[in-house]
Design a protein around this ligand. Sequence first.
Ligand code: SF4
Ligand code: SF4
Length: 309
Amino acid sequence: MNYSIEADWHLLDTCNYRCGYCFFGPETLGAKLRTFSDPSGWGSAFDETGAIWLLHLTGGEPSIYPDFATLCERLTARHYISLNSNLTHASLADLPRVVDPSRVSFINAGLHLEERELRKNNAPFLRNAETLRAADFPLIVSLVATPSALRRFDDAIALLAPIGLFPVPKLFRGSADGKIYPQAYTEQEKQQFRLLAARARDFYQADLLRRAEPPSIDILNDDLFLDGMPSYKGALCTAGVRFVQILPNGDVRRCGGGDPMGNILARTFARRAGPAPCDTQHCYYFCNKYSDAGPQRDGRTMQPFLAAE
Ligand code: SF4
Ligand code: SF4
């Protein structure tokens, strides 16, 4: 994929789900959806930066954004996209009609097993997953590996088997039962996580190898971080040059919510001249891609298609 800059774009904070482990609280998730432009306005604004973007659309739930399929169509006319989604909304079924799958780096489909059961709605997820896969969209299903999700992982495997998919365990970063994760994983939970991650790598390996671009949100290697996150502070990073964060109103930040860099819609965005030391919080997956520190643990790098140990 021939892009010159990638963005982690928080398109909205709103979501139709209320997962207990979400970074956002229920008030934020349930707030009225605010939009700051329409598909044509966003498309023109990104075009006029002169760059070719890889836009990672996340939220909240991006697919509930008004005219979501049209937004993806407009963006992918010139740029590339990737997507985090709970795969529930009907707008996703329109993507194959209007978006060329080769313009989509990956779709990280969050299974959110417990929330889905609470609402008794596995059907839309399974339907959307099948539709997108049939149209050759690169789909990876992830399941946040809370202790209770780990105990029920076999249910998730059984749910996805009929449509030819497998759940990838996603590191749980948060608190449950008064404990902070991932630090609180027991040895047994870590071992189960490693085995599931290895099975997931095997499962997705062939599909990833034929794709143009490894997924930036590299959940397939989350087992590298079971014992803690690396520190990138002080290391040179190209965030601000090759990567930025974009907020729902188009404001641009270098990363981690700091370092303002103008606004996309106001046409005031300007890239930094070159790399600079990291002076902010961890950006999870994007640090691994853009920091000089580069993750290198136990002889493994962050390439998603490495064979399991
Ligand atoms: S689906 Fe994602 S954004 Fe929505 S509540 Fe769950 S974790 Fe949060
Ligand atoms: S290493 Fe991560 S947190 Fe630091 S500047 Fe780069 S992207 Fe941001």
